[in-house]
Every structure is written in C-alpha cells, then in structure tokens.
Design a protein around this ligand. Structure first.
Ligand SMILES: O=C(O)CCC(=O)C(=O)O
Length: 251
C-alpha cells in the first residue's frame, strides 16, 4: 500500500499513469495508500515550527481544527499527488470539509493505552448490504517521521468494505477489530496517506519523548441535493411537529 514517487514525478508535479492506477486500486481495495516523497520538506519544516509554537502556547486542543497558514498551504490542501488520486477516485466535484491536526503527545506518565478503532465516516446507506464507491477521503500528512514507537496510525486493511450488520455494530469496532489483521502506517517525513473515510483506524500510544503531530485534511464528493433545504420561516416552524422540523436537518 506504498508508492515511492520518483524525481521525475516530483519535478512534473504529476504521478505517472502506472502509479496513479496503483494508487487508486490500493485506495479501493486496501482503503488506504501511502505516497512517499509527496510533500516538500521546506513547507513541512515551516509547519513543524508553527506547531511547536502551538505546543509552547498550550493550544493543542484548539489546533484540532486549524484554518490558518502555514497549515492551509497549497502544498497541503491542493497537493498535486493527493488531488490526482482523489479526483480519479471521486471525480472532479470535490470539496474540502476539514483541516486539523491530530497530535499524540509523549506518554509521560505511561498511561496511554491502545484505543478502539473508528471510522471517520460511515457508509452512505449503512442499512443496505451494499458497498458504494468512496465519497469521502482523508489525507493525513505527518509532520514528523511516523514510526511504530511514536504512535503511527494503525489501520485495518479492507475494513472500509465491511458492512456493519446490524448497522448498530459500528459501535463495537473495538471487539470486532481484535479478530482482524492490522498494520501501522509507518512512513518517513515527506509522505502522506490517503484513507477512505470508512477505513477503521486509530492513533497509537506514543512511547517516545517527542510529539507526533499530523495534518488531517478531509475531502468529500459533492453529492446533488445534499445541501438543499426548503427555507421555512421561524414563524411557520414554531407550529411544526418535531417530525416536520427534522426534514430540514443538516446532519
Ligand atoms: O492520530 C492518529 O493517528 C489518528 C487520528 C484519528 O483517529 C483520526 O484521524 O480520526
């Protein structure tokens, strides 16, 4: 599930056809693909410095959502290689819906334990036994080398294709995951990983004495009608039943 981009691809800002095909295939079949040498080190150093300042100011929780430079640099948000894969997998109509940082601080008191995995987004129709194409992809960009020791994300290959049956079983991934093979997404600085949002994953304990931050960027396929709602005045709504009001929900 790993592709090393070549110097030619980096100079062209474009993956060759074979690499692109492989990346799309891995995303479809494994649920994730790692692209090494995809992010220039200079901008990563800038982001590291900015994040060190966030740590120094004790703002880690707030940085779980960051809408500021350098984290919104085009080499992150519109990274040419991740966009190539995203557009090949979900089409050209895509939208950015999240930018944040997931950090795992050093486990100073030895209390970090492995948590249960989760999906970042569920199947579009969890009640059907039918896996649809991907409609949401997360691009995770480590701001340090990702190692087994510092808590590289653990993923369950193929788990994006698992339907939860009954659908409520999505709440019990921890128990279910114990029976399935998993790997840690170990990768050097300069890499990124594209994840189908349905893939089971979890950040692992950090056994080193340095922080393990990663940029987490979410893209979704724009689906017709999903944002459209009838505009109804508050005056009318106050006479509506709860069932009627529910028809205007956005989440
Ligand atoms: O920090 C990590 O490695 C995983 C973060 C995570 O769970 C997520 O992106 O939803």
């Amino acid at each position: 599930m790993r592709i090393q981009l070549t110097d030619v691809e980096r100079t062209d800002g474009k993956m060759c056809a074979d690499h692109l095909d492989l990346a799309v295939r891995l995303l479809r079949e494994v649920g994730a693909v790692i692209l090494e040498n995809a992010v220039p080190l200079e901008i990563l150093r800038e982001a590291q410095a900015a994040y060190s300042e966030i740590i120094r100011r004790g703002m880690i929780r707030k940085a779980r959502h960051v809408v500021q430079m350098p984290f919104l640099h085009h080499q992150f948000i519109t990274n040419p290689f991740s966009l190539q894969v995203i557009e090949a997998a979900m089409g050209k109509k895509i939208a950015l819906f999240r930018c944040g940082i997931h950090n795992i601080p050093p486990d100073v008191d030895g209390k970090q334990i492995e948590k249960a995995p989760h999906r970042d987004g569920n199947h579009l129709f969890p009640e059907l036994q039918c896996v649809l194409p991907v409609t949401g992809i997360y691009v995770d960009i480590p701001l340090v080398d990702f190692l087994a020791e510092n808590g590289a994300t653990k993923i369950w290959p193929g788990s994006h294709l698992i339907m939860d049956s009954p659908p409520e079983d999505v709440r019990y991934l921890g128990e279910r995951s114990k029976h399935l093979p998993a790997v840690q997404a170990v990768m050097p600085l300069g890499s990124l990983i594209l994840r189908d949002m349905r893939l089971w994953h979890v950040g692992m304990p950090n056994k080193t004495d340095t922080h393990r931050p990663m940029l987490d960027i979410g893209y979704g396929r724009v689906l017709p009608h999903t944002g459209e709602r009838l505009r109804v005045s508050e005056e009318i709504k106050q006479h509506w039943s709860e069932a009627a009001k529910k028809l205007l929900r956005t989440g």
